[in-house]
Design a protein around this ligand. Structure first.
Ligand SMILES: Cc1ncc(COP(=O)(O)O)c(C=O)c1O
Length: 386
């Protein structure tokens, strides 16, 4: 008997349709593995302080591997908590001015943990419209009522909280990752206090950059250590390593240990990453000028770009964002920069909910004025005509 041709529909046919739609809209993303000895000047990564390849952090990672092994071997509550993790947590909390800290395998899982464990089905979460995806996903997982409020608007947060007398949490990035502007933390804290709500600040882009010696945005705003404020950080940006942490009152941290699913059901942070982050933190303490240098570098980039007639956002920390006329133009612009020896970030929808594509330049404390000026000149020279 001849075989019947297989007429079953391709269960993944929709993927190709989606890919074509992305392609038509200029929104295809591809991986570009970078060689270890890339000649590009890197203003696309988040190694703000130049610590990812610093001899001290590299040596600390190597030593941690020798001492503790290549992996944490288990979840934090089983075998994945080493003395190194405890040391990192104690020093991180102390540096940033919080009572306690809990280290996670990423900033993403730290945000999921903080939002879900501090809310719940009957809670209200008030979330800034420009918050990072990890906070948004935390809101989704929490299954709480979420009110998305206009960007950087304490009044809007207050209106969302008005009349709600249950468990409430306002969540905000400290420095917004696309435009690099800072959240109005004092105003947000005041509004939260007036409504009996807690405030969660994602300081991924503030740690190492803002506050005295890089102690972060909550520290700069006088909010670190407050009983109603919790912060999250990543170890993967200014500390040049990998991992994340939640910082807050000891009771909150203990609650996370017991209830946060992205903590309980996740393997502990690899010892090499914990060792490197701890060494980076100690470098930051020993050389507090690094934080000011990265802020100056961002200011210089901004000054050069705007002097060249480009529309850039004034940086509150290390991120400088430059508007592009379209997603396609942004991709071409980033490619032209790359061809000229400069790596820059390219943000297109859906990473930018307002639909405005941008190039993103991250300033670095370890670049010279000549390198910064050359980078700005490359961006200006390759800019699309508008
Ligand atoms: C604002 C913000 N929060 C959280 C994260 C997530 O941190 P991680 O990359 O360590 O998961 C990032 C980084 O991409 C971020 O920019």
């Amino acid at each position: 008997m001849p075989q019947e041709p297989d007429r079953s529909p391709d269960p993944f046919g929709w993927i190709e349709e989606q890919r074509e739609r992305r392609s038509r809209a200029g929104l295809v993303r591809t991986l570009r593995p970078r060689p270890a000895d890339s000649p590009l000047l890197d203003l696309a990564g988040n190694d703000y302080l130049g610590l990812a390849r610093h001899p001290v952090t590299v040596a600390a990672a190597r030593e941690a591997v020798h001492r503790w092994g290549t992996g944490a071997t288990g979840s934090r509550l089983v075998t994945g908590s080493t003395e190194l993790h405890a040391e990192l947590e104690a020093e991180l909390a102390d540096f940033c001015g919080f009572e306690a800290a809990l280290v996670f395998s990423s900033g993403y899982t730290a945000n999921l943990a903080a939002v879900t464990a501090l809310t719940g089905r009957d809670a209200l979460v008030v979330s800034d419209a420009a918050n990072h995806a990890s906070l948004i996903d935390g809101c989704r997982l929490a299954r709480a009522r979420t009110a998305v409020v206009p960007h950087a608007d304490p009044g809007a947060v207050g209106r969302a909280l008005d009349g709600f007398d249950g468990r409430a949490l306002a969540v905000t990035d400290a420095v917004f990752s696309v435009d690099g502007d800072a959240a109005p933390l004092p105003g947000l804290a005041a509004v939260c206090r007036a409504h009996g709500a807690a405030l969660l600040v994602d300081d991924a882009h503030g740690l190492g950059v803002l506050g005295d010696g890089g102690r972060g945005a909550p520290y700069a705003a006088g909010l670190s250590g407050a009983p109603d404020v919790v912060a999250t950080v990543t170890l993967s940006k200014s500390l040049g390593s990998q991992g994340g942490a939640v910082l807050g009152p000891a009771g909150v941290i203990d609650h996370l240990v017991n209830t946060a699913r992205s903590f309980v059901f996740d393997t502990g942070l690899a010892p090499a990453a914990a060792g490197a982050a701890l060494a980076a933190l100690r470098l930051l303490r020993a050389e507090p000028g690094r934080a000011a240098r990265v802020r100056e570098a961002a200011g210089r980039l901004y000054g050069r770009l705007t002097a060249a007639g480009l529309e850039a956002t004034r940086p509150d920390a290390a991120v400088v964002s430059v508007r592009a006329p379209s997603p396609e133009a942004a991709v071409r612009w980033a490619a032209d920069c790359r061809a000229a020896g400069l790596a820059v970030g390219c943000f297109r929808p859906p990473s930018v909910p307002d639909g405005v594509s941008r190039l993103r330049l991250t300033a670095r404390a370890d670049l010279s004025v000549t390198e910064l000026d050359a980078a700005a000149a490359t961006v200006a020279r390759t800019a699309p005509a508008v």
